[in-house]
Design a protein around this ligand. Structure first.
Ligand SMILES: Nc1ncnc2c1ncn2[C@@H]1O[C@H](COP(=O)(O)OP(=O)(O)OP(=O)(O)O)[C@@H](O)[C@H]1O
Length: 272
């Protein structure tokens, strides 16, 4: 039963909370190209929210608006009850929004552990200078960060590769390390840009399980773009459907699946 203020209980019995982020009448233009046209929707605490649509529909642009990387040409982004001003990416990271990318963005020469540690940089209080002047405190802080990171490593079952340079890992594991790094930032909202792209069936199953487990264990609000409809239908609580920059559907997977506009625009179209 849905309640606009308090949230709702999902079919599988999870409690979804109140509105965490609200996108209000978002329009985004790149010169003459209108990537997003007057779209509004919200993201609730604890929810897995998918954004789907054909190629060029505006999904990545929308993810970049949510992350704060793009400032919308028109419209407002509200986060935790306040209008979010234009911000620099590091300021957004401090607000608690972490993401993974369509193309993996990890440091190939660094170990899995060190890559994941970089996810905690925005949470670290002691910089280089304080480390030099006040070693004890900085070391203590680093221990605490390592402990958090080790927990995530255990949770995502990557203990056996923690010292391996990321460049040597197969694709599916790299994606899992990326997820681990995003989680290391303890995000309020986790943004996943095509987390299953390029994966085989087994890797997809693993990734699905981890996304659900993360949501279950940490209550992480998750927004994901995904092309694999099976994955979207299995994973998400609510789905926004975009086509040519417009929103043509918004609701639980079953509702969206039966929406004729969506069938015409997306489900009926062959996709890679
Ligand atoms: N930086 C940019 N400069 C100019 N046009 C852009 C830019 N980014 C996106 N666009 C245009 O905006 C529209 C939406 O693109 P976007 O990448 O958001 O779609 P998408 O749904 O994520 O596509 P895909 O599924 O192929 O990744 C497209 O017409 C694209 O060419």
């Amino acid at each position: 039963m849905k309640d606009m203020i308090e949230g709702y209980i999902t079919a599988d019995g999870r409690q979804i909370g109140g509105v965490l982020m609200e996108l209000k009448n978002i329009t985004l233009r790149f010169g003459g190209v209108v990537a997003i046209k007057d779209i509004s929707f919200d993201i609730r605490e604890g929810e897995i929210r998918a954004i789907i649509g054909p190629n060029g529909a505006g999904k990545s642009s929308m993810l970049n608006v949510i992350s704060g990387f793009y400032v919308p040409t028109e419209g407002e982004v509200w986060f935790r009850g306040e209008r979010r001003p234009a911000m620099r990416p590091y300021q957004v990271a401090r607000l608690g929004i972490a993401r993974t990318f369509q193309n993996i963005a990890l440091f190939d020469g660094m170990s899995v552990l060190d890559n994941i540690m970089t996810g905690r940089l925005t949470l670290m209080k002691s910089g280089l200078l304080s480390q030099a002047l006040w070693m004890g405190k900085a070391a203590e802080e680093e221990d605490a960060h390592r402990e958090k990171v080790e927990k995530i490593i255990d949770f995502l079952e990557i203990q056996n590769i923690r010292k391996t340079p990321v460049g040597r890992l197969p694709y599916g594991l790299k994606k899992r390390v990326e997820l681990a790094r995003a989680l290391a930032a303890e995000p309020k909202i986790l943004l996943l840009d095509e987390p299953m792209a390029g994966m085989n069936v087994e890797e997809k199953e693993d990734m699905c399980r981890f996304i659900l487990d993360v949501n279950d264990e940490f209550g992480t609000t998750t927004v994901l773009i995904e092309h694999d409809m099976g994955v979207v239908m299995d994973l998400s609580d609510r789905v926004v459907v975009m086509d040519y920059g417009r929103k043509i559907g918004d609701g639980p997977p079953d509702e969206v699946r039966n929406n004729q506009d969506v069938i015409d625009a997306y489900l009926g179209v062959a996709h890679d």
